[in-house]
Design a protein around this ligand. Structure first.
Ligand code: F0G
Length: 461
């Protein structure tokens, strides 16, 4: 028996019309977009699963907050409301709003990293990696081995490989490792959770070596839900208690608030107690983002973010949210389609390497599957694989990714069960003609974060 779809714990008050083009029109649109999902117009997409970032539906309370937002340049009440909410949830002394996650990375990493330094992470997200490299440092991923086998089920496939972390620190030297980043949930490994125990062990290693531990907190609430469901000793704890314990082990966090805090724009920096570090963050925030009491956001954004921080922790909502992933995953199980399993928090990561074994990594199987999903049903997804990884900054050579995932990232509180059936049906019909699908080659690419802008063309067969 497949997983039951958990009914929405809300009703719909406002709608946005979406339209489905014909198959021929979609073929033309994707060719015009140079086979790059980011070049498609939103209006030409039927179900938009490009990202769960900033694509969420806010609640009536959040929209009411938009009206209440205090737009004072300095010292607005919405700023204080946000800081108090974040202090209450994370237990950190210092909180700084910024306009999105990568802004937090730019502010923080420039202080702790630089030429000849290393950042080690369970997995750096692509912009996180890019911001590490932009300081002149290098980003090393160190996820547990089990994460690399999509078909193998394990409760915490997002975890840091702590033994490898220890040996990497010994190899590079304590003073060369500027930062350890714990990404919760581990986005690039498939939205996979990290256990509290793993954060505790990682923190102990960092402390021993005098290295700061930073949580990349984009999907902290979904991670806490998995801890409650799967980790021994946590089933009776509230999501808020789990979050507080987890953050208590780290020194600071950077957060894209466009995910679990259910808003369309925003980010946060948190520093537990290091006043000097926070002072440096404030200075860089003023330089890059704007004055510290708005951090590149409007007062209305700060207000809806303060409300969203609490809404994202609601267990009924999280049960429904993770339930959507489980529902789609169980339909794929029935069809024998493999994905990073068990399914993660914010999307289903289909194993394109398994579905399209004829396409080598340098012809981007996960991008090829994303293109087919658009042609098949107007679904926009994205590549989390070699196409996204890009080229090695030292050798300029194409990196071979550990994974070739086509990510169907699910916006929060946006799509219903019938949309999920469209997704499953599309993947099933693509699987039936999988052997006819070919790869793609890049005809133009920019120097950094190429997947956002590159042009592609089909490889002739
Ligand atoms: N860290 C993680 C784990 C992320 O997933 C993202 C963004 C960022 C940092 C950067 O945050 O976009 O607000 O600047 N992830 C989005 C995604 C874009 O589609 O997964 P940002």
């Amino acid at each position: 028996m497949g997983a039951k779809y958990i009914p929405e714990p809300f009703r719909i008050k406002m709608v946005e019309t979406i339209k489905m083009l014909t198959r021929e029109e979609r073929k033309q649109k994707i060719a015009e977009a140079k086979y790059n999902m980011f070049n498609l117009r939103g209006e030409d997409v039927y179900i938009d699963l490009l990202t769960d970032s900033g694509t969420n539906a806010m609640s009536q309370e959040q929209w009411a907050g938009v009206i209440r937002g205090d737009e004072a340049y300095a010292g607005g009440s919405s700023y204080f409301k946000l800081v108090e909410a974040a202090q209450d949830i994370f237990g950190y002394k210092y909180i700084q709003p910024v306009h999105q996650g990568r802004a937090a990375e730019k502010v923080m990493f420039g202080i702790l990293l630089g030429q000849d330094k290393y950042s080690i992470s369970n997995t750096h997200f692509d912009t996180t990696r890019a911001h590490v490299e932009a300081t002149g440092a290098r980003a090393i991923d160190c996820v547990v081995e089990v994460a690399k086998d999509p078909a193998k089920r394990a409760p915490f496939k997002g975890n840091m490989d702590v033994e490898k972390l220890e040996s990497l620190i010994k190899e590079y030297g304590d003073n060369k490792v500027g930062l350890v980043v714990m990404t919760i949930t581990n986005n690039s490994a498939g939205g996979q959770p990290v256990s509290v125990q793993n954060v505790r062990e990682t923190a102990a290693i960092c402390k021993n070596h005098g290295i700061k531990l930073c949580i990349d907190a984009a999907r902290y609430a979904e991670n806490a839900y998995f801890v409650k469901e799967r980790e021994e000793g946590y089933s009776d704890k509230s999501i808020k208690e789990i979050v507080k314990e987890m953050f208590g082990y780290a020194d600071m966090f950077t957060m894209s608030a466009k995910k679990d805090t259910i808003v369309n724009m925003g980010g946060l920096i948190g520093v537990k107690d290091d006043e000097k570090l926070f002072q440096a963050c404030k200075e860089r925030t003023i330089l890059f983002e704007g004055f510290i009491t708005y951090g590149g956001l409007s007062g209305r954004d700060l207000e809806s973010l303060a409300i969203g921080l609490y809404e994202g922790l609601d267990e009924n909502y999280l049960k429904y949210r993770i339930g959507q992933m489980k529902y789609l995953a169980s339909r794929l199980d029935e069809a024998g389609i493999t994905y990073q399993s068990p399914v993660g928090g914010h999307g289903v990561f289909v194993d394109a390497k398994a579905m399209l074994p004829q396409i080598p990594f340098y012809e981007f199987p996960a991008q090829a599957l994303a293109i087919e999903l658009y042609i098949e049903a107007g679904i926009r997804s994205c590549d989390i694989g070699s196409y996204m990884m890009g080229n090695d900054p030292d050798t300029g050579k194409q990196i071979k990714s550990e994974f070739e995932f086509t990510r169907l990232a699910i916006p929060r509180r946006v799509y219903t069960q019938s949309h999920f059936d469209v997704m499953a049906d599309a993947l099933i019909s693509i699987k039936e003609r999988a052997s006819e699908i070919h790869g793609y080659r890049i005809t133009w690419e920019p120097a950094v974060l190429r997947h956002f802008q590159a042009s592609l063309e089909p490889v002739e067969i």
